[in-house]
Design a protein around this ligand. Structure first.
Ligand SMILES: NC(=O)c1ccc[n+]([C@@H]2O[C@H](COP(=O)([O-])OP(=O)(O)OC[C@H]3O[C@@H](n4cnc5c(N)ncnc54)[C@H](O)[C@@H]3O)[C@@H](O)[C@H]2O)c1
Ligand SMILES: N[C@@H](CCO)C(=O)O
Ligand code: NA
Length: 441
């Protein structure tokens, strides 16, 4: 596309939370960005759905258009910030097919059609970059793709959704109600257009698929990620966790095994001393473990218009430099690469089990035996004291007691079988919650 000393013509699709900030930077900081690229850059148009809509930054009227396709056909570099599958997917494909570069933050699309879009880009020699899609402002994809390209990554684990971290943090620290905390996260520009994607873990799962793909050099898709969101996490769970010295976080984990990889997203208990436990508000943090590098931690603002625009602009500068230099890129995921996604039953982690049990002798021994029978060993056990069951208690009936167990590392398959058998015991009235625990990084 652009030749040396040419102007790099940039087309922006979407001017919402992130897009408006990107437009502002491209207009107000045009000289700086051009100097960083080494070639003049120019924002030639901003495709929007409604030119009259109020925005966080007022875009000059002459840049606004509702004809996204025409803009795609004219620009050297397209920044896609509409989000969702369509029309974003078709517009990105259209740009790549004509060899134009694309910068996007669209994790939902990348986690479903990433390999296909990469293949189109490879075919036409177009550049496709998406640093903003994971961890907002945090430089995480480029370090994985470039800085760690001479090492073997074995695990990536982190807090990658700002909205849910904000909600859990507010519930934990201020006792805010779930709905109020979500409304605030939406107001602050952290949430997806449909916040179900955040709350049910789909956004984090898309990010897990992207992280796994780049870390393990093989394609993984959203539907290969085991996913549990935070809608089942109650204020009682958070309180019980706090009483035992834990905090609940939604973690995304991609773990390499000899014969594949387990990718999973679920609420997780972390000891308050764990580095990820202190990640507050909409901040994100990602641990990367590599054979030679050991443990690395990346931390920063994971959501919000301005922070995310920083990652978009980094990709814009890097891409515009590439257009100018016309250097071919070696793909991070080689054509034909394949690594099986393993089922959640293959995951190994620690577990927290909270139960209401009969308050009588021998109960603990009976429970311990069930765990032992399934090769699940106990790290710690608490009995926060007898608690009353709700409603009327007839005289002579036992009140029941609470038992909280944290296991050592166990296989998910064994844990499932353990919980199933515990539920069938007469002495176990109910298993109130089962949560995975990460004690180690
Ligand atoms: N907000 C964040 O913190 C954040 C962080 C990282 C990545 N992202 C991703 O960036 C993208 C944009 O996020 P956002 O928060 O800015 O979303 P947003 O909903 O605020 O903005 C999207 C904009 O696109 C517009 N739009 C919809 N259809 C259009 C069309 N056909 N043509 C032109 N414009 C159209 C909408 O009117 C809206 O203004 C999404 O893919 C999101 O997942 C967002
Ligand atoms: N909705 C996303 C935006 C950042 O990708 C989040 O809350 O993390
Ligand atoms: Na990022």
């Amino acid at each position: 596309m652009a030749q040396a000393e040419d102007i790099v013509r940039i087309g922006l699709l979407g001017a919402g939370n992130v897009g408006a900030q990107v437009a502002r930077t491209l207009v107000e900081e045009r000289e700086l960005i051009s100097a960083r690229v080494g070639t003049p850059v120019k924002l030639i148009g901003v495709a929007v759905r409604d030119p009259e809509a109020p925005r966080d930054w007022k875009i000059p009227g002459e840049l606004l258009t509702t004809d996204a396709e025409a803009l795609v056909d004219e620009a050297d570099l397209i920044v896609e910030l509409i989000g969702g599958y369509e029309p974003a997917g078709a517009l990105i494909e259209r740009a790549l097919r004509r060899g134009a570069a694309v910068v996007t933050g669209n994790k939902a699309l990348l986690a479903t059609r990433g390999a296909e879009l990469d293949a189109i880009a490879a075919e036409t020699g177009a550049v496709l970059r998406y640093e903003a899609s994971v961890g907002g402002a945090i430089p995480i994809l480029r370090p994985i793709e470039e800085s760690l390209s001479g090492d073997r990554i074995t695990k990536v684990m982190g807090i990658v959704n700002g909205t849910t971290n904000y909600i859990l943090d507010q519930m934990d620290t201020t006792g805010a109600a779930f709905g109020d905390a979500l409304a605030e996260a939406q107001k602050l520009g952290y949430a997806e257009a449909d916040p179900t994607a955040d709350v049910e873990g789909h956004d984090a799962a898309a990010k897990a698929a992207i992280l796994g793909t780049l870390a393990f050099h093989a394609p993984f898709t959203l539907d290969e990620v085991y996913c549990e969101g935070i809608s089942q996490v109650t204020a009682d769970d958070i309180e019980a966790a706090a009483a035992s010295g834990y905090v609940i976080k939604l973690l995304a984990i991609a773990e390499k095994h000899d014969d594949g990889a387990v990718l999973r997203v679920h609420p997780t208990l972390l000891p308050r001393t764990h580095p990820l436990a202190s990640v507050r508000g909409a901040f994100n943090a990602v641990f990367v473990v590599a054979e030679n590098a050991g443990e690395l931690m990346f931390y920063g603002q994971g959501a919000g218009g301005k922070p995310t625009s920083s990652a978009i602009m980094g990709d814009v500068v890097a891409t515009a430099r590439r257009l100018r230099a016309s250097v071919a890129e070696t793909p991070t995921v080689p054509a034909g690469a394949h690594l099986p996604a393993l089922p959640i039953e293959r995951a190994t982690t620690q577990y927290y089990i909270d139960m209401q049990v009969a308050d009588r002798e021998g109960v603990i021994a009976e429970i311990a035996q069930v765990l032992a029978d399934h090769h699940v060993s106990i790290e710690s056990m608490r009995q926060p004291g007898s608690v009353s069951v709700e409603g009327e208690v007839e005289s002579g009936e036992s009140l029941g007691a609470q038992v909280q167990i944290v296991t050592h590392l166990a296989l998910e398959k064994d844990l499932d079988a353990t919980v199933k058998q515990l539920k069938s015991l007469d002495v176990v009235k109910s298993v109130t919650s089962v949560l995975r625990v990460e004690v180690e990084k």
